[in-house]
Design a protein around this ligand. Structure first.
Ligand SMILES: Cc1cc2nc3c(=O)[nH]c(=O)nc-3n(C[C@H](O)[C@H](O)[C@H](O)COP(=O)(O)OP(=O)(O)OC[C@H]3O[C@@H](n4cnc5c(N)ncnc54)[C@H](O)[C@@H]3O)c2cc1C
Length: 437
């Protein structure tokens, strides 16, 4: 098995040699991860005898090719559009098309359904590379791959796979609709109701903060089919755009990730067939928990990529362009120490992200690792992107480059897919369990 060493991306990196299309990606067989990592005392409970520990920053050849392909696509195709998309608060349709063309929207979907048939870490590196250029595009791919595609692959039956996966891998964006006006951190207090009809189900209620809502054609919607059973009535359904009674009520205007659409959705007697049930009735809460546990690693990757993108942007400026007192400002030790500290934190965040991803792939317990990765990566993204603005002085503060945008974009990492307090709660709960006699 060939491995390619991958340190943090250098400032001026070599251009990847080939543009990988979906077909090309699909032809590359994923190399099974041969290693697992553990940071907890529980390591001794897992049989690691067959595993060869390797540095955590090593990627398989396939993953490395994915990183290079996405990096090239993001730099060349997305980069020139980032500022305009942020100002317009809209995603350029050509970017969405490009994501599908490059195979980035079906990374883990099996080849038989038009996907690339790759592994979770390949999706994670793609999300990271996109965020290095634009965290808005990154979250589109993140929600689509790690929440929507994963939920349908994991909980959909053969019919659901045949119906939805070819669309999701080739031309239809997906949304994951859990939050509501009354239910955010307390997600299972949701009020959207479902009832059975002769042919299927009828959904009534509202969803809030739904990422990709403007661009999506497929929405996974959590609604309570049996409110008297509490959270055990929550059920997952698939609703298609255009279904009578479904509407986008409002598009939010936001602080950051402004090109990513975030909308309120209304469901007014939305009737769907039986086949649009995802998983089992009453198991929606389990689906939401399990999918979000994995999804969090994606947000951690987004924040790591954002931090690196902000750092690199400032590094180029201070080490190449800006002179004061007769020197490049990046030559002052006061600047260099801050930049070294920030780079070290990015590397630490990335290690947490890859560790969580590898543990998930190895079938190990990863929930605490995912929460730690998201918590820490979002903190690093906030710190590094804030410092990067300062390192660039006035040029960091104006809306010409990406410095101020990365800073604004970083804030969302501590909010969606579980706020930082909720991550801390998860980590503490699991630690307490581990350390209670
Ligand atoms: C841009 C954006 C995109 C989003 N995309 C999606 C999406 O695609 N799908 C979706 O379903 N949702 C989405 N969300 C919703 C997101 O997941 C929620 O905003 C998040 O879970 C927090 O919920 P809330 O906003 O209601 O905050 P609240 O839950 O009201 O929290 C407010 C504050 O209280 C704190 N808090 C709450 N409970 C506790 C507790 N028990 N202990 C300590 N502190 C606590 C929180 O940490 C926070 O600081 C998105 C949100 C945003 C802003």
């Amino acid at each position: 098995m060939a491995f390619i060493t991958r340190a943090l991306r250098p400032l001026s990196r070599s251009t990847p040699t080939a543009r990988l299309t979906t077909r090309r990606l699909a032809s590359i067989r994923p190399v099974q991860s041969a290693y697992a990592f553990s940071t907890t005392p529980r390591r001794r409970e897992v049989d690691l005898s067959e595993l060869t520990p390797t540095p955590i920053s090593l990627l398989t050849e396939t993953e490395s090719m994915m990183a290079d392909m996405v990096s090239k696509f993001a730099t060349e195709q997305i980069g020139p559009k980032v500022r305009d998309m942020d100002e317009a608060e809209a995603m350029d349709a050509s970017v969405v098309e490009g994501l599908f063309e490059q195979g980035i929207m079906g990374i883990e979907i099996p080849e038989e359904f038009g996907g690339a048939g790759m592994n979770f870490t390949a999706a994670i590196v793609a999300i990271e590379e996109l965020a290095r250029i634009d965290p808005s595009v990154s979250v589109m791919a993140d929600v689509h791959n790690t929440l929507v595609n994963t939920a349908i692959m994991k909980y959909g039956d053969a019919q659901a796979h045949r119906t939805w996966l070819p669309k999701l891998s080739t031309n239809t964006v997906g949304s994951f609709c859990l939050s509501e006006p009354v239910s955010g951190s307390d997600a299972f207090a949701l009020q959207t109701k479902a009832e059975k009809t002769a042919d299927g189900y009828k959904i009534n209620g509202s969803k809030m903060w739904i990422t990709n809502a403007m661009e999506s054609g497929i929405y996974i919607v959590f609604a309570n089919l049996n409110p008297s059973a509490g959270y055990k009535g929550i059920t997952a359904f698939i609703v298609e755009k255009g279904t009578p009674g479904f509407s986008i009520a409002k598009k939010e205007k936001k602080l950051g990730i402004r090109a990513s659409s975030t909308c309120v959705l209304n469901f007014d007697d939305v009737e769907i067939p039986k086949s649009n049930l995802l998983g089992e009735e009453g198991k929606g809460y389990k689906i939401a928990i399990e999918i979000l546990n994995e999804g969090r690693i994606g947000i951690a990757a987004q924040m790591t990529g954002l931090a690196l993108g902000a750092w690199e942007n400032a590094a180029r400026y201070v080490w190449n362009d800006r002179k004061q007192f007769g020197k490049l400002v990046g030559e002052f030790q006061g600047m260099q120490h801050q930049m070294a500290q920030a780079y070290t934190e990015i590397a630490a965040a990335r290690a947490l992200v890859y560790n969580a991803a590898r543990k998930k792939e190895a079938g190990q317990e990863f929930v605490k690792d995912a929460a730690m990765a998201k918590l820490y990566a979002s903190q690093v993204a906030g710190r590094v992107s804030g410092s990067a603005v300062e390192w660039m002085g006035g040029m960091g503060f104006v809306r010409e480059g990406i410095a101020e945008k990365m800073f604004r974009d970083s804030k969302i990492g501590a909010i969606y897919e579980g706020t930082s307090n909720i991550q801390l709660q998860t980590i503490a709960k699991m630690l307490q369990k581990e350390y209670t006699n």
